[in-house]
Ligand binder design. Structure first.
Ligand code: UD1
Length: 319
């Protein structure tokens, strides 16, 4: 039996990953500073350390007996990162320095890193493969690119002494909930924002209707958080086999437009949500869809749930 440390394990995604790791027969320690994570999300059976990844000593202590780290703890709001870049560099890049130092000290052999489709910026083609250029458009995306480089560089440096086997997962647009109590409470993303608008009795907004897409609204690759959690367990298992250095997109490979998401919400709530078109939001690429060939071939993982599952489970999680 192996033990994995989950940084950010009390967050929306982390809580789903923790449950799946436990179900896979692995032991789990969650390290979370609870700034956005919730104590209530920490599952029975997981050990818990309340600390920031910036606290290298605390991380080092938590790594005792640990085979690998799944590193999810990070700031993740694109707009906030533009306004406060140093906050993002301190938390995301500084957090990675601290974590990798503690892992080197403890000779921890495995790492799964939570990256983002934000590393691609505005991609020149779609679907986008892992070898495409990395041209992030925000400090958030930049910190994710730097984090990827740091993991890769550290594995090279440790190769002859304490080898580090690693997988980077580039998440596309994560949505839905594995159970009603595990929903996304941050409301920064399209589906929670649509439900928030409906709760206020307002019309949900479509940011831009003149994009060069099939219906004029932006296209994204929405991935169910339960599918994403399963990808982490597969990545952890691959890392445990040793000698791994891999980057995978995690998406469905299927694009959905904002209008199609509105349609799915209308189906789930049983009435037309009456979405209104407003101006474009600055910095939104027209289309961002994952090529999933590599993760399917090399990790044997593919998404099992569709947009309707995401919208229905997100709705159920709102109570
Ligand atoms: C999201 C994440 C980003 C992540 C990226 C990966 C946020 C804020 N953004 O970006 O961290 O790296 O996925 O692909 O967490 N929209 C509307 N109306 C709304 C809200 C959104 O039309 O009320 C549109 C947006 O213009 C966009 C789409 O819905 O086209 C999705 O938006 P959002 O959920 O914010 O995600 P991304 O911006 O794609």
């Amino acid at each position: 039996m192996t033990r994995w440390l989950l940084t950010g394990g009390a967050g929306y995604i982390g809580a789903h990953v923790a449950l799946d790791l436990l179900a896979s027969g692995r032991e789990v320690t969650i390290l979370d500073d609870l700034t956005t994570g919730l104590r209530s999300r920490i599952p029975d059976g997981a050990d818990f350390v309340e600390a920031s990844v910036l606290d290298t000593d605390a991380v080092r202590r938590a790594l005792d007996g640990v085979t690998g780290v799944i590193h999810l703890a990070a700031k993740k709001a694109v707009g906030e990162s533009v306004e406060q870049p140093l906050l993002y560099y301190r938390e995301n890049v500084g957090g990675m320095v601290s974590l990798l130092q503690a892992m080197a000290d403890a000779a921890t052999p495995c790492m799964v890193y939570s990256s983002s489709a934000a590393v691609y910026g505005e991609p020149p083609w779609s679907p986008i493969s892992e070898d495409s250029p990395l041209t992030p458009l925000s400090p958030y995306g930049e910190t994710k690119v730097i984090g990827e480089w740091m993991v890769r560089d550290e594995a090279v440096a440790r190769a002859d002494s304490t080898p580090l086997s690693w997988v980077t997962l580039r998440y596309f647009n994560v949505a839905g909930a594995g159970s009603p109590e595990l929903g996304d409470t941050s409301a920064n993303n399209l589906i929670p924002m649509v439900f928030d608008a409906l709760d206020r009795g307002e019309a949900p907004q479509v940011f831009g209707s003149d994009y060069p897409t099939h219906d004029g609204s932006c296209v994204r690759d929405y991935i169910h958080v339960s599918d994403l959690a399963a990808a982490h367990v597969a990545a952890a298992a691959l890392c445990e086999s040793g000698g791994v250095a891999a980057v995978f997109n995690v998406g469905t490979g299927v694009g959905s437009s904002v209008l199609e998401v509105m349609g799915a919400v209308s189906d789930v709530v049983g009435r037309d949500v009456g979405a209104v078109a407003v101006d474009r939001r600055a910095g939104d690429p027209p289309e961002l869809v994952a090529s999933v060939d590599r993760i399917s071939a090399e990790l044997g993982w593919s998404a099992q749930r569709d947009l309707r599952d995401m919208v229905a489970s997100a709705s159920a999680a709102r109570g």
